[in-house]
Design a protein around this ligand. Structure first.
Ligand SMILES: NC(=O)c1ccc[n+]([C@@H]2O[C@H](COP(=O)([O-])OP(=O)(O)OC[C@H]3O[C@@H](n4cnc5c(N)ncnc54)[C@H](O)[C@@H]3O)[C@@H](O)[C@H]2O)c1
Length: 338
């Protein structure tokens, strides 16, 4: 138990708020906001908003939340104050929820990704938080994963030498899932520019297709991103080819394989990749580290590892990819550098 307890409101009591954790054993690391706040010990999850009465009551019971309301309007009349507001409602609701959250003057808003469905709207929301001097954390969760932090440090320290190329594969929407991949890549190898964009595949969302594309970072490193179809299975994989070996991230980040170049045992003068060292990270520490980062940001002024600026950069790239793919439906391929 920490000596500073931050009062929390959660808006939207679905999967990422707590539902994903319902199906998990208690001792597992949190996958959602409620369990992460409770496990940390420095937060008091006092209030939730959920229009579905059955869900709201179940959520309150599961996470011992004292107050539950069906809408933000019913909350406003009661004049409550919060240190932290988590926005876990559907993405289409985020703009309205951010506006109302700002009117409640919290110290920090922890918004689910994407901030809103459109870049310009997200920009407006992020600026509104800045103007109200409210910190904004955005749940591009991999930025809080200790495995990602370690890899980022290794790449920056030159442990892997130069990055030669990256290959990725994802499905279920360029904004919804693709933005996780773009954000992770921008975290690891810097900002990306679009070189070419392929075809829009509507594999889950009617307004957010999965799109294959070729990007480059500021050093010209090629990033080829391919698609699968979300109706087949979920996939999120990256392969980072470097001077000194190959790093493979599979199962959304649950499995990591590291292969290093070493002299061949049978062909003199040749370097081959060795047997992979494999790490299974069956439980992600991202949400645990996210709320710890939020507590440290509010208590000690530490910087947030994922905020409006990286969220906006990822959304800009994703939105442009989508525009180019949907504009170019009659053409085979579009090439543009932004
Ligand atoms: N960071 C991640 O990896 C990750 C993973 C899953 C979802 N998400 C994001 O989290 C958000 C929610 O996704 P989810 O999968 O939990 O959805 P969900 O449908 O399981 O939960 C959303 C909840 O919000 C409620 N709701 C609807 N309208 C509302 C309103 N006006 N005010 C308050 N609550 C309202 C719904 O009844 C539902 O219970 C989305 O923005 C999604 O993109 C992020």
């Amino acid at each position: 138990m920490k000596n500073i307890r931050l009062n929390v409101l959660i808006i939207g009591c679905g999967n990422i708020a707590g539902g994903y954790d319902d199906a998990q054993p208690n001792e597992n690391l949190p996958l959602g906001h409620a369990k992460a706040y409770i496990n940390h010990g420095g937060f008091e999850l006092s209030t939730c908003i959920e229009p579905d009465a059955q869900k709201r009551v179940a959520f309150q019971k599961c996470w011992e939340v004292a107050r539950g309301y069906e809408s933000m309007q019913s909350l406003l009349v009661n004049g409550f104050a919060f240190d932290v507001i988590s926005i876990c409602s559907p993405t289409q609701q985020h703009e309205k929820d951010i506006q109302i959250a700002i009117s409640l003057h919290p110290k920090l808003i922890f918004c689910e990704k994407p901030v809103t469905p459109a870049y310009e709207t997200s920009l407006k929301c992020i600026k509104a938080c800045q103007e109200a001097t409210i910190q904004l954390a955005v749940n591009y969760s991999r930025r809080w994963s200790s495995q990602v932090t370690a890899l980022s440090e290794e790449l920056n320290n030159g442990n892997w030498g130069m990055v030669r190329s990256v290959t990725g594969i994802y499905n279920k929407g360029i904004l919804n899932n693709g933005s996780h991949m773009i954000d992770l890549l921008q975290c690891l190898i810097g900002s990306l520019q679009i070189q070419s964009v392929g075809k829009a595949v509507y594999d889950h969302w009617s307004d957010d297709p999965s799109v294959d594309c070729v990007l480059r970072n500021q050093h010209g490193v090629p990033v080829h991103i391919n698609v699968a179809d979300a109706r087949d299975y979920v996939i999120f994989e990256l392969q980072i080819v470097t001077e000194k070996g190959v790093i493979s991230i599979e199962d959304g980040g649950a499995k990591w394989r590291f292969r290093k170049a070493q002299p061949s045992s049978h062909l003199a003068g040749y370097q081959f990749l060795n047997e992979a060292e494999t790490i299974h990270q069956l439980q992600s520490d991202a949400l645990t580290n996210a709320v710890a980062n939020i507590w440290d940001a509010l208590t000690y002024g530490k910087p947030l590892l994922s905020d409006g600026s990286n969220a906006l950069q990822a959304q800009l790239v994703c939105e442009r990819i989508k525009q180019l793919a949907t504009q170019a439906h009659s053409h085979k391929q579009t090439t543009e550098v932004i």
